[in-house]
Design a protein around this ligand. Structure first.
Ligand code: 5AD
Ligand code: SF4
Length: 445
């Protein structure tokens, strides 16, 4: 056995969405290829790193608290490096260093590779990197799960949603060439991955920026990836309703690996609020997209994102959101209270809905969302469904946990290991999870 020199230790905290979790895996992969090793405690770390989000104020507050904790470590061990990456860093750029002078390096989501440059240099002064350039998808990856992987197909977003900070933190949309993605997914599958989730800020406009005369499309990419032998589940997030066209729905219907789940962010059910949000679709157009999806895919799970309390949202507007939730009957929804984000158009609108009213609306919306999710979940009871095993149940060590193609978590009695695809008889439902028993194949004599 050879003993190598102790590696330098890093501690990484991730905030935000799946794209950020993906970026964090790339940061970890990059650090580990440079000889750094992860540590559980900030106190032991030579590099304390944060991958930040700026969608919600709560995340900002938490980050600030974590940053001050990191400063305590640095006070005891001044050589500790403190790094801040991701969307929040990008939204404040150099201001990071003014507000938090103990930060050594800061970088936006497109500049993860610059972290390596910083660590390999003998830089004595703080550095910030905020260009929109790279794909983190090019960096090595350290995966949390061996059977599932994220693949970044595009970065940035060309939409103009007035509440959203993403265009200003992640830049213009840029797609990775499909050949590169096919190679990456083939390699993942060869390494044992069964489920791939394609990531992009607006996945279904994938390819439009590539100069190939419109040859590369999102549905075309789904087809190419589906033909990779051994890829059992293909997911993607998030599409924009305006780009949810027949070809993508057809891909769901025809391709075996494409999962029975579409996350279709509604944001608001009132056309006038949608207009103020610059979503470029009306309430009717959204409902029409849902009808189009359900006509071809009656069993598909549809989930959504909803913002309550957007500036100018009236009681009548809010009631329209409730109506759309009831009409569609979502399988699940992420709900957000509007909060102004710096540099966005909505932040300059008078924030007309008082905070207590926003909270009251949220409290009226949540039971409707939960009731619809529960009603939708009832259709699964009594069915045998394919489940990809993820581990043990979070609430009961004696049971297993996995996910259906429609993205429902299933807690079940059975005998299997993470990464196995098993059949489970669904026996009970709640708004968030299903419960059941594994159907064991009969052992032939
Ligand atoms: N306030 C509240 N929610 C927001 N989201 C994005 N920006 C804001 C904001 N300023 C929500 C949207 C988006 C999800 C990822 O976060 O619903 O789809
Ligand atoms: Fe993800 Fe948006 Fe948060 Fe950035 S700001 S981490 S893209 S949710």
């Amino acid at each position: 056995m050879s003993i190598s020199a102790p590696a330098k230790a890093y501690h990484l905290t991730t905030f935000g969405c799946q794209m950020n979790q993906h970026d964090s895996e790339r940061m970890q992969g990059m650090l580990e290829s440079l000889g750094w090793a992860a540590t559980e405690s900030q106190g032991d770390a030579d590099l304390i790193l944060f991958n930040t989000c700026s969608i919600r104020e709560k995340a900002d507050e938490k980050l600030i608290q974590y940053l001050y904790e990191a400063r305590m470590v640095k006070r005891q061990r001044p050589e500790t490096i403190i790094g801040v990456g991701g969307c929040w860093a990008q939204s404040v750029t150099e201001e990071v260093f003014r507000r938090f002078p103990f930060v050594d390096v800061a970088f936006g989501p497109g500049q993860v590779d610059k972290l390596a440059e910083f660590l390999n240099s003998d830089s004595l002064s703080a550095q910030g990197y905020f260009e929109f350039e790279g794909f983190t998808g090019h960096l090595p990856q350290r995966k949390e799960k061996t059977h599932s992987a994220w693949v970044q197909i595009s970065v940035g977003c060309n939409c103009n949603c007035s509440y959203c900070i993403v265009p200003s933190t992640r830049g213009r949309e840029a797609s990775r060439p499909s050949e590169e993605l096919v190679t990456e997914v083939s390699e993942l599958v060869a390494a044992g991955v069964k489920e791939v989730t394609l990531l992009g800020q607006n996945v279904n406009s994938y390819g439009r920026d590539l100069q190939d005369g419109g040859k590369t499309t999102f549905s075309g990419l789904l087809r190419e990836l589906d033909s990779i032998d051994g890829l059992r589940r293909l997911r993607y997030t998030s599409p924009h309703p305006k780009d949810m066209k027949e070809d993508v729905v057809l891909a769901h219907a025809e391709l075996e690996s494409v999962c029975a789940h579409i996350h279709l962010p509604l944001q608001a059910g009132s056309t006038s609020v949608l207009k103020a949000m610059r979503r470029t679709y009306t309430r009717e157009r959204y409902l029409d997209r849902v009808d189009m999806i359900r006509a071809s895919l009656p069993d598909v799970s549809i989930t959504t994102d909803i913002i309550v309390g957007f500036p100018g949202e009236t009681e009548a507007d809010f009631e329209e959101t409730i109506e759309v939730v009831e009409t569609v009957g979502f399988d699940g929804a992420f709900t957000f209270i509007f909060s102004p984000r710096r540099g966005t158009l909505a932040a300059s609108l008078p924030d007309s809905v008082p905070h207590e009213e926003k909270v009251a609306r949220m409290q009226r919306l949540l039971p409707v969302v939960q009731r619809c999710a529960l009603e939708r979940a009832q259709r699964f009871v009594g069915r045998e469904m394919e489940v990809l095993v993820e581990g043990t149940s979070r609430t009961d060590d004696a049971r297993l946990r996995g996910r259906t193609s429609g993205s429902k978590v299933v807690n079940f009695d059975g005998l299997a290991k993470p990464g196995d695809l098993v059949t489970v008889l669904i026996e009970e439902e709640s708004s968030l999870t299903l419960g059941g028993t594994q159907v064991l194949a009969e052992i032939s004599r």
